[in-house]
Design a protein around this ligand. Structure first.
Ligand SMILES: NC(=O)c1ccc[n+]([C@@H]2O[C@H](COP(=O)([O-])OP(=O)(O)OC[C@H]3O[C@@H](n4cnc5c(N)ncnc54)[C@H](OP(=O)(O)O)[C@@H]3O)[C@@H](O)[C@H]2O)c1
Length: 283
C-alpha cells in the first residue's frame, strides 16, 4: 500500500505535546536566532520558526547582524547569549557570508544551548554512540517521521544521498546508531541508481530537483525527500518548492514517500523546538 509520509500531521502532534510541556515550566523557553544579512530563504525559515514558537508558547529573539559583521563581533554576540540565563537555545541561521568561518562561529555556542546539535561536543556524543547529545534537527525529524509511520530502521538497508555536515552525515550516523546498515552516496558515487535501488529506506538530501527518478527506485522502498529548491512552474509561471525526487515518476513504484513541501520541512522545525524545550527543562 502506497503511503504519503505527511510531516505536517506529525509536526502538529509534536506541537501539542510541546505546548503541554512548556505550560509546566516556570520560564518560557527562549530561542535566540542569529541571522547575518537578509537571505530571503533564511527569512522564510525564520518566519516558520517564529510561528511554531508562538504555537507552543516559546519565545524567539531574532538578532540580525549586517553582512559585514566580523568573526569577533558575531562570536561576542553568541557569548552574550551563552551567559544569558533567559536564553535556552541559540542557532545561527545558515548560510553565512563566506567572510565568516562557519565552523568557528558554531563552536562558540555553548553545547547545552546548541539546539541545532552542530557543535563538535554534541556531534561527538552521537559519533561515539553515547546518544546523549543534542541531535541536528533535520536528522532527528527524519528519525521521528519514520518512527511515527512505524517504519523500522534496525536491520534495514538505508541509503543516504548527500553527505553534508548539516543533513547527510548526521542522518547517516543517527540511523546507523539505530542499527540500520547505511550507505552514503555523493557526486562521486559511481552508478548511483545501483546503490539507491538496494535501499529499504532512501534518504535524498542534495538540493538537485528530480535527481531521483524511476530508474533509481524499487518496490517496497520508503523515500525521504529532504531537498528544498525553489523553481518556477513552467505551466503557471509561479514560484514553487520542489524536492530532489521526481514524485510523479516514482509514486507508482515505491511504498511510501515524504512530500515536498509538507514532509521533512515541518519535521525539522518541530525537532528544533523539541531540542529547545529539552534544553529549557534541563537548564
Ligand atoms: N527539509 C528540511 O528541513 C531541510 C533542511 C536542510 C536542508 N534541506 C535541503 O536539503 C538539500 C540538501 O541540503 P544540504 O545542506 O545537505 O546541501 P549541500 O551542503 O549542498 O550538500 C549536498 C550534498 O548532495 C550531494 N549531491 C549533489 N548533487 C548530487 C548528485 N547529482 N549526485 C549525488 N550526490 C549529489 C553533494 O555531494 P558532494 O559532497 O560530492 O558535493 C553533497 O554531499 C537542499 O535542497 C536543502 O535546501 C532541507
Amino acid at each position: 500500500m502506497f503511503r504519503i509520509l505527511d510531516g505536517k500531521i506529525v509536526r502538529d502532534k509534536i506541537a501539542e505535546n510541546l505546548a503541554k510541556r512548556v505550560k509546566k515550566l516556570q520560564v518560557k523557553p527562549c530561542l535566540a536566532i542569529i541571522q547575518v544579512g537578509d537571505n530571503p530563504e533564511s527569512n522564510t525559515y525564520i518566519r516558520q520558526k517564529k510561528l511554531f514558537a508562538e504555537k507552543i508558547g516559546a519565545m524567539v529573539i531574532h538578532e540580525v547582524l549586517p553582512f559585514s559583521v566580523s568573526q569577533k563581533d558575531i562570536a561576542g554576540k553568541i557569548r552574550k547569549f551563552n551567559s544569558d540565563k533567559k536564553i535556552h537555545g541559540i542557532i545561527v541561521q545558515i548560510p553565512l557570508p563566506k567572510t565568516l568561518d562557519k565552523d568557528a562561529v558554531i563552536e562558540t555556542i555553548d553545547p547545552a544551548k546548541d539546539v541545532d546539535g552542530l557543535t563538535s561536543y554534541n556531534l561527538k556524543l552521537e559519533w561515539v554512540g553515547k546518544r546523549t547529545g543534542i541531535i541536528p534537527a533535520t536528522a532527528k525529524g527524519i528519525q521521528t517521521l519514520l518512527q511515527f509511520y512505524k517504519i523500522p530502521v534496525g536491520d534495514k538497508k538505508v541509503v543516504v544521498v548527500g553527505r553534508s555536515a548539516l543533513v547527510g552525515k548526521p542522518t547517516a550516523l543517527l540511523l546507523l546508531n539505530d542499527n540500520a546498515t547505511v550507505t552514503v552516496c555523493h557526486k562521486r558515487t559511481k552508478n548511483l541508481s545501483e546503490e539507491t535501488k538496494l535501499a529499504d529506506i532512501l534518504v535524498v538530501a542534495t538540493g538537485h530537483p528530480k535527481l531521483i527518478g524511476k530508474e533509481h527506485v524499487s518496490k517496497n522502498q520508503t523515500i525521504i525527500d529532504v531537498g528544498i529548491t525553489s523553481v518556477v512552474d513552467s505551466k503557471t509561471g509561479e514560484k514553487k518548492v520542489v524536492g530532489d525526487v521526481d514524485f510523479e515518476a516514482v509514486k507508482n513504484i515505491v511504498s511510501g514517500i515524504s512530500p515536498v513541501p509538507g514532509g521533512v520541512g515541518p519535521m525539522t522545525v518541530a525537532s528544533l523546538f523539541e531540542n529547545l524545550v529539552d534544553s529549557a527543562e534541563k537548564q
